[in-house]
Write a protein that binds this ligand. Sequence first.
Ligand code: KG4
Ligand code: ZN
Length: 347
Amino acid sequence: MTTYIEAARLKRERAVAGGDVTLLAIETSCDETAAAVVRNGRETLSNVVFSQIPLHEAYGGVVPEIASRSHVEKIGPVVEQALTQSGVNELSGVAVTYGPGLVGALLVGISFAKAFAFARKLPLVAVNHIAGHIAANDLAEPPEKPYVCLVASGGHSHLALIGEGGARVIARTLDDAAGEALDKFARALGLPYPGGPNLERLAGEGNDTVKLPKASGKGIGNDLSFSGLKTAALTILKKQEAAGEVNRADLACSFQKAVVDALCGAALSGAKECGVRNIALAGGVAANKLLRAQLSAMAKSEGMRFYCPELRYCTDNAAMIGAAGYERFIAGDLADLSLNAKAVLPL
Ligand code: KG4
Ligand code: ZN
């Protein structure tokens, strides 16, 4: 009798030989229950995202227990919808995020993916969430390698060098992630969760008039540090509140500008140091219009090519997991049914 893993390997070989790899991808690492069907790591046939934002809004941030429960409720319908919308009858395999993220949330996607793969004797690939964010760029015109990718999300701020041999982290935040800093300051300004997009909206009504420290300092190379900037901004806000003269829009605009300046500075100097001519953006904060425009302009002024995923592929989604999963699938890097969640997982 053929075991599951033998059947899965055989199916993978056939799909690769046939040149048509269609993956069901699942993402549940935080507060989005997402499923997608992606062909050959490039073509999104369906992309369904159920956002839990309304469930966490009252708490000002993600409550892990509520996230896990909601994933359990939604994973079945979300996968079903993704399969129906794709119109695909035969899948080549399943890709699932296994870390980094909230363990309880990850486990829902992983358990579902394992059961689905086992029942249909489909190969399973395990995807790193950050690699997924980077691979979101492949859903448009894939960046020319080597390239430097700035991954800025709620949990991560990384600068990675991506070459033919894989990805290597070349700089990171030393404390808060960019999205985390935006979310925390937005909360202090009384804006609802998630802070980033709401702060962007408020920033549009203000001007960059508040003097703030740089979010990258001397002696940390291309690494980033947002906690000093955040504390300075919070102190100014408290002073303005005490004086009864709060200018929330100017504070939002200046804070956003300081975060974007730091991210762009690190990305550009990282790319120059690595001697690469291509720069890409990824992660939830990559949805920020100022960041997209400023990094694009800076890259172009240096004669570099700039790549950025569509807005819907910046924040958490499963299509990006399908794109990253395709690489693992082609490499023959299959997971077995002992796959487990990893809260911490380096790139
Ligand atoms: O990638 P993502 O959906 O989840 C993580 O992997 O963390 O990123 C979420 C983060 C949050 O911090 C959110 O505030 C931020 O991305 N974000 C934005 C924007 N849209 C989402 N930050 C700034 N401007 C936006 N438009
Ligand atoms: Zn993410």
